[in-house]
Each structure stands twice: as C-alpha cells, then as structure tokens.
Design a protein around this ligand. Structure first.
Ligand code: CA
Ligand code: CA
Length: 370
C-alpha cells in the first residue's frame, strides 16, 4: 500500500529548513492498493478526503470489505479504479451469507468497480448520507445487487449502475433484485442511468422505504424469468416495484422503460401514495404494463404496448392523462423491437448505450431510451 501525502512532504521540507513543523493533517492522502488485504485495510481505515485507487485485476476478499468511517461533503472518501484499469472484486472466497462491500458511512464516492459472484448481496449501504456511486456493476450474486437500507438514508446518488444475473438460490429467487432500496427512510435518493436485468426477483424494489425515491433514465428488463432451472422458482419479476409493506409514499419515475419482465412493468405493490410516473414505456411484460389498482398514482404520457395482462390496471384514485390508453391519445410506432443493442457496452461517459429499441421519435409520450 503506497500513501502519498502533500502535507507530509510539506512537513519534511519545513523541518529540514529548521522552521516550525506543523502537525501533519491526517487527510488528503492517496492510497494505491493492489492486494485484497491492502484493499480491506484501506477501506476500513479510510480518512475523510482520502482517495483509494485500486489497481487493475480481480480481487478475492475473504471477509466483507467494510467501513464506518465518514467523509464530509467537502472531503469525501473516494474509492475508485486506478486510472482506466479494470477492477473486479469477486465474492467467491467469502463465507456463505457474506456481502462483498458494506458501508455504514457518509460521503463516499465509489466508481468504476465491478462487484461479482457475491454469496449474498454484493453492495449494501446502510443509513448512508451523501454517497455517490457511478459506473458500478453488481452482478451474478446470491441476493440483491445494490442495496440502500436503513433510516437516515439521505441524498445518495446511484448513477450508471449495471446490476444483473443476481439470484438467491436457497430461497428460489424470491429476493434478489437489481436494486433494493428497502426497509428505511430518508429523502434525496436518486437512481439514474441504471440497467437492471435478468435478476431472479425484481429490477428495482422499493419495499417498505417510506420516503420518496426518484428513478430516471433506467431500464429494467428480463427480471423474474427462471434462468437457473429452479423447479421451485419464486421470483416476482416486476420491472419497477414501487412499494410494499403498507407504506404510503410518492416515489417518482421519469423517462424509464420496463420490458420482458415476468411480472408487471411498473407496479404500486400496495403503495397507496401519489406515485408519479412520467414519460415511461412498458413493453411485453408478462403482467400489466402499469398496475396501480389502489394508489393515487399520477400517470402521465406513458406508453404501454404488448403487455400480457393489459396496458393498465388503475383504480379510481389514479390520475391518468396523456397515456396511450387514455382517450384520444394515439400509439406511436416503435422504430425497433430488437433489444440486442441494449446489452451493448456503455458510452464513454458511462451513459446507456445508444439504441433505437422502443424509441418512437415522439416528443410527447414514452421513454426516450437514453
Ligand atoms: Ca420477491
Ligand atoms: Ca423484490
């Protein structure tokens, strides 16, 4: 582990000149790690303002990487790949039931790292404030890929996450979501640019999270399909599962799409709140495109095509306007229904790959698929 501190260098220089030596602040260091042990220690012993850079390669930690060290808004802790190198942290050597990475901390920026093959959840941020996650992958784990949970979950941003292939074998797929923001509270949480697919349970699940979450520019597809030959498979397969456990909360979903899920594209899941859903598309899900039977959802300018149970199930408290199931609204044609390009590599800035899939050119209805 190599530590570089500009403050240390300054202290040495002033000492050699016979000047008063100022105590070296314990921050502003950069730490470069290239072994699992050093990675674990760097995370556990991080200090506010520190930058942890991980050299390229695949790491196999033997215990959960975790920290309770807080950064600050002005001096966050940074955990990221070294330069443009490819970093994978693999949970194959962890004991069963362990997570790869757990933060119970505030103000961390984590970017450009793949967390794969976790025996349980891959990444869990518990009661975190002000964390930023960008260009992270959480894949092929034994429970949900990426989780925010606990009270005091405030102002966290998850940007350009890929979360796929997660499956809880012991419980027959009933739990592993792409993103789980569950069992907690706190405002200002945002998921943007996510691709959540081929997970055994839901794409994103907001079960029992009692403050509004905002989701935008997110694709959720192919979830809840039994891809594991599990004869007792129990995955739910909702693209966007926007409630649960009796919580009433006005989550917001903008410009996002759900397709090919085994359940509903977008569902209240018993949340009776004023959920806001605008400019989204639900295509070829096995259940309803939009299931809002008991909520006071505001559904605007959404596009539902080819869903097994139908376009929308809406109760009397739903406000519905400008959607293609509303009277006088036409259904624009898709430029493509071939989803192949949605699996492509992301663009150089980390945004979703370019695609014509489910685009229509409409400026008034449906997701823009970017
Ligand atoms: Ca489930
Ligand atoms: Ca779920």
């Amino acid at each position: 582990m190599r530590r570089i501190s500009t403050f240390t260098a300054l202290a040495v220089t002033t000492a050699s000149l016979g000047l008063a030596v100022i105590a070296t602040p314990a921050h502003a260091a950069t730490v470069v790690v290239s072994t699992s042990t050093d990675l674990s220690n760097a995370i556990k012993n991080a200090t506010a303002g520190e930058v942890i850079q991980v050299r390229g390669g695949t790491y196999y930690p033997t215990a959960t990487l975790q920290s309770t060290v807080n950064g600050t808004s002005a001096a966050p802790v940074t955990l990221t790949a070294y330069g443009s190198e490819t970093v994978k942290i693999d949970g194959s050597s962890l004991p069963s039931g362990q997570w790869i990475f757990k933060l119970t901390a505030d103000y961390w920026n984590v970017s450009d790292i793949t967390f794969q093959n976790s025996p349980d959840s891959a990444v869990v941020c518990q009661s975190c404030t002000g964390t930023n996650w960008s260009n992270i992958k959480t894949i092929d784990g034994g429970d949900s890929g990426f989780t925010l949970t606990g009270d005091g979950t405030v102002n966290n941003t998850v940007k350009n996450l890929d979360s796929y292939g997660n499956y809880d074998a012991a419980t027959h797929g009933q739990n592993a979501d792409g993103v789980a923001i569950k069992f907690g509270s706190g405002t200002g949480n945002l998921v943007t640019g996510a691709r959540l697919y081929n997970n055994s349970d839901d794409g994103i699940d907001l079960w029992s999270f009692s403050s509004p979450v905002t989701i935008e520019h997110t694709w959720s597809f192919g979830n809840g399909v039994n891809r594991w030959g599990d004869s007792a498979f129990e995955g739910n397969g909702n693209g966007f599962k926007l409630g649960g456990n009796g919580v009433t909360v006005a989550h917001v979903v903008n410009n996002s799409a759900a397709w090919g899920n085994s359940g509903n594209g977008f569902t209240e899941n018993s949340n009776t709140g004023a959920i806001v859903i605008n400019r989204t598309t639900a295509y070829a899900n096995s259940g309803w495109g939009y299931y809002f039977a008991t909520s006071a959802a505001r559904l605007g300018k959404n596009l539902a095509v080819g869903n097994g149970s139908g376009s929308v199930s809406k109760g009397s408290s739903v406000v519905s306007a400008g959607n293609n199931w509303d009277s006088g609204i036409s259904t624009p044609a898709f430029r493509s229904t071939d989803a192949t390009t949605t699996y492509n590599a992301r663009q150089s800035d980390g945004s979703l790959p370019a695609t014509t899939f489910l685009t229509t050119g409409s400026t008034t209805i449906g997701a823009t698929m970017n």
